[in-house]
Design a binder for this molecule. Structure first.
Ligand SMILES: O=C(CO)[C@@H](O)[C@@H](O)COP(=O)(O)O
Length: 259
């Protein structure tokens, strides 16, 4: 039985696809604006959410960048729509093929249902750490806030099949980090949506650079686990306009590590 074409999906799905393509196009421009990518390197995808109350499903779709297209040429209509097995919905993006990392993104969506966005970059400092195969130790409050601890390293994996996705998922199962440095390759980040994953990519490069600079001068001082937990809880629950008055946040009892 031939795979359904986008035209055969409901109007609600097609409207959600249109919105997701616009979001993913805008966020690719953010990777370039923050200088996290050069030429065609890197990619962004987002799960297509039709009913936020329905939760993720195996028949979800996701939108991802076409392979090898420069960032200034990306348009919503060039974004490729794929199924959760990574296959392309044929009547989308004309003859453009999806990113070479599509299988990796699809694997993450299938195995981490809470994830709604995936980003991959080759940002300089984070990729340098990936070349060393060395995790970035949690020595900055920004790392505790956003990553809840060290930024881990994932295994070396060839591109094009489930290997990278499997490495990302297996690494993140033992870490609450939203970033993983795939060895010899570069950072992959995840989030509840693509914007959260792009934020994680921006902050991953920022802390990779800062910790590298600190290590040129001396030995950065690790933050203890209890303080990492307190910083992570505050940032994830109160920071910005998301929570109650940040000046009145009750610190959780010491050592109450959530993981
Ligand atoms: O990391 C790699 C290749 O090593 C790819 O993600 C990167 O070049 C972008 O490829 P796509 O243009 O998304 O196919």
């Amino acid at each position: 039985m031939p795979a359904p074409r986008l035209a055969e999906y409901s109007e609600a799905v097609r409207d959600a696809v249109t919105h997701t393509r616009e979001v993913v196009t805008t966020l690719h421009a953010e990777l370039a604006r923050y200088e996290l990518v050069v030429w065609t390197a890197g990619n962004v995808s987002q799960r297509v959410v039709v009913d936020p109350n329905a939760g993720p499903g195996d028949d979800d779709l996701f939108v991802i960048k076409p392979s090898g297209i420069c960032y200034n040429e990306l348009r919503p209509e060039s974004m490729v729509v794929c199924r959760m097995d990574g296959t392309k919905i044929d009547d989308t993006a004309d003859g453009l093929q999806p990113s070479s990392d599509t299988a990796a993104h699809a694997y993450v969506y299938r195995h981490l249902p809470e994830i709604g966005g995936v980003v991959h970059t080759h940002s300089t400092y984070a990729t340098a750490w990936a070349a060393l195969g060395e995790p970035i130790e949690c020595v900055l409050t920004m790392m505790a806030d956003e990553f809840g601890g060290d930024i881990p390293v994932g295994p070396f994996a060839l591109i094009g099949d489930d290997s990278i996705g499997r490495g990302i998922v297996e690494t993140l199962r033992t870490s609450r980090s939203r970033a993983v440095l795939m060895r010899n390759h570069g950072p992959f980040t995840v989030g509840t949506d693509a914007r959260a994953a792009v934020k994680a990519a921006v902050l991953c490069e920022e802390v990779a650079r800062t910790v590298h600079i600190a290590r040129q001068v001396g030995d950065p001082i690790p933050i203890d686990t209890g303080h990492i937990d307190q910083l992570y809880e505050r940032y994830q629950n109160v920071y910005g306009q998301a929570g109650p008055d940040p000046t009145k946040f009750e610190q959780p009892p010491r050592g109450s590590h959530p993981g």
